[in-house]
Design a protein around this ligand. Structure first.
Ligand code: GDP
Length: 141
């Protein structure tokens, strides 16, 4: 089990004023923030990031949404980071997410679901590499 994962606070959560609350929730859940940047994804970046969903009917809606405003990109550290972060955020659809999870508390809908979490150690490494250089990943918390 790796100890790093890749996360994003998506544009809906930032627009709705939840960025600070989600960072608090993340730290209280035991994650260290190795890297953080507030960026606006270009449409091309969103399409590249979600390329695995290229054939899905919601691809265009997803990439429009993900490039519609600010996103906070995060590299997180914790034992079992990938699976613990997926538990911390809850199910993709906030209506199905367990009470107390980030998506249950802060997501709007299936498409605008507040946060992202890598689904494997391999993808976490690839996704962190998409947005961070090694020199930007610092652990001192
Ligand atoms: P995740 O790993 O929990 O983020 O879920 P997926 O990898 O299955 O989907 C990626 C993202 O696409 C989700 O977080 C949603 O933002 C979006 N998404 C997934 N399913 C749907 C859908 O049926 N409709 C729309 N509009 N967006 C979806």
């Amino acid at each position: 089990m790796g100890n790093k994962t890749y996360a994003m606070i998506k544009p809906d959560a930032i627009r709705n004023g939840y960025m600070g609350k989600i960072i608090d929730h993340t730290i209280n859940a035991g994650f260290k923030i190795l890297g953080a940047k507030l960026i606006r994804l270009t449409k091309a970046q969103a399409e590249g990031f979600y390329a695995i969903h290229r054939e899905r009917p919601f691809f265009s809606e997803l990439t429009e949404f993900m490039s519609s405003g600010q996103t906070m990109v995060l590299a997180l550290e914790k034992d079992n980071a990938v699976s613990d972060w997926r538990k911390t955020i809850g199910a993709t659809n906030p209506e199905e997410a367990e009470d107390g999870t980030i998506r249950k508390k802060f997501a709007t809908s299936l498409s605008e679901n507040a946060v992202h979490g890598a689904d494997s150690d391999e993808n976490a490494k690839i996704e962190i590499g998409f947005f961070f250089n090694d020199s930007e990943l610092i652990s001192n918390q």
